[in-house]
Write a protein that binds this ligand. Structure first.
Ligand SMILES: Nc1ncnc2c1ncn2[C@@H]1O[C@H](COP(=O)(O)OP(=O)(O)OP(=O)(O)O)[C@@H](O)[C@H]1O
Ligand SMILES: [Mg+2]
Length: 257
């Protein structure tokens, strides 16, 4: 866990408290789910397809309402998405008639006037993502990896306290994915952003997270703490400590077959 998260972990900044959820005419797909996220902490959810990861993310973000239990952000019950939240989904969903910069500024322009300060911050985020030269391009002229970077910048433009991410890098090649993971971590750390991150990829989970929870048939298992130092370096992926954590997750995942 990073220093900020350690200092404030007692606060339970985002808290999922014994959530139960069933879609209409379906059995329960989320059962008894509890999870705590501290400010600045990154928590990854992994698990087999259909186990309920996206549903938990939507419950945490107030996009779905649990039938039992509650979600609290900074002590307030979450009933709908708030300005404190940002989202990145698997597909970047950029608007092709807007420039890259205007796509990033969209969450602000939807709610009011965009100022020069906002534009400067948007450019700064894009520069952090290695896209300074593409601010005025249209999204269809960008690669898949570049589009994913724009979606991350767009999610961060409102300086959200917490980001919800649903397999945002799943469609990318391995190298692009590693570069994005590195740049994404650097941005979250400099902004103190907490993240709930869904992935199928155990290596990605260990690289990004302070804690990883395995989901199986709607239930969350006790989280695995990832005590690797920060900032995370790409070379860490080849260390025995890193591989031991991946192996531990692999065994836990195999046991859910
Ligand atoms: N809108 C919906 N209506 C009814 N059932 C749904 C709906 N969305 C998801 N489900 C069901 O709820 C269960 C959990 O779905 P969810 O999307 O949360 O899984 P997941 O772990 O994110 O899967 P994946 O890894 O494939 O994305 C699945 O059985 C799915 O069929
Ligand atoms: Mg999903």
């Amino acid at each position: 866990m990073n220093a900020l998260a350690l200092n404030m972990s007692a606060m339970h900044f985002l808290q999922l408290d014994t959530l139960h959820f069933a879609y209409p005419n379906r059995g329960e797909v989320v059962r008894d789910v509890c999870l705590q996220l501290a400010p600045g902490e990154i928590h990854c959810l992994i698990g087999r397809s259909g186990c309920g990861k996206t549903t938990v993310l939507k419950l945490a973000a107030g996009l779905l309402t649990p039938q039992q239990g509650q979600v609290q952000l900074k002590g307030q019950t979450v009933q709908q998405p708030t300005a404190d939240m940002g989202f990145v989904f698997q597909s970047p969903t950029l608007l092709d008639w807007l420039s890259v910069l205007d796509n990033v500024l969209l969450p602000l322009s939807l709610h009011g006037t965009v100022t020069d300060t906002h534009r400067a911050y948007g450019e700064q985020l894009l520069a952090h993502m290695g896209l300074a030269a593409l601010c005025n391009d249209k999204p269809h002229r960008l690669s898949g990896g570049q589009q994913s970077r724009v979606a991350i910048a767009r999610a961060l433009i409102t300086r959200p306290a917490v980001l919800f991410m649903d397999e945002p890098f799943a469609a990318l090649d391995a190298i692009t994915r590693e570069e994005l993971q590195r740049d994404f971590l650097a941005l979250c750390q400099s902004n103190g952003t907490a993240v709930l991150f869904v992935t199928h990829d155990m290596v990605e989970a260990v690289y990004l997270a302070d804690q990883v929870s395995l989901m199986h048939q709607g239930r969350l298992q006790a989280p695995l703490r990832i005590d690797l130092p920060r900032p995370r370096q790409s070379a860490m992926r080849y260390t025995p400590a890193f591989n031991a954590l991946c192996e531990q997750l692999r065994h836990a995942m195999d046991a859910t077959r």
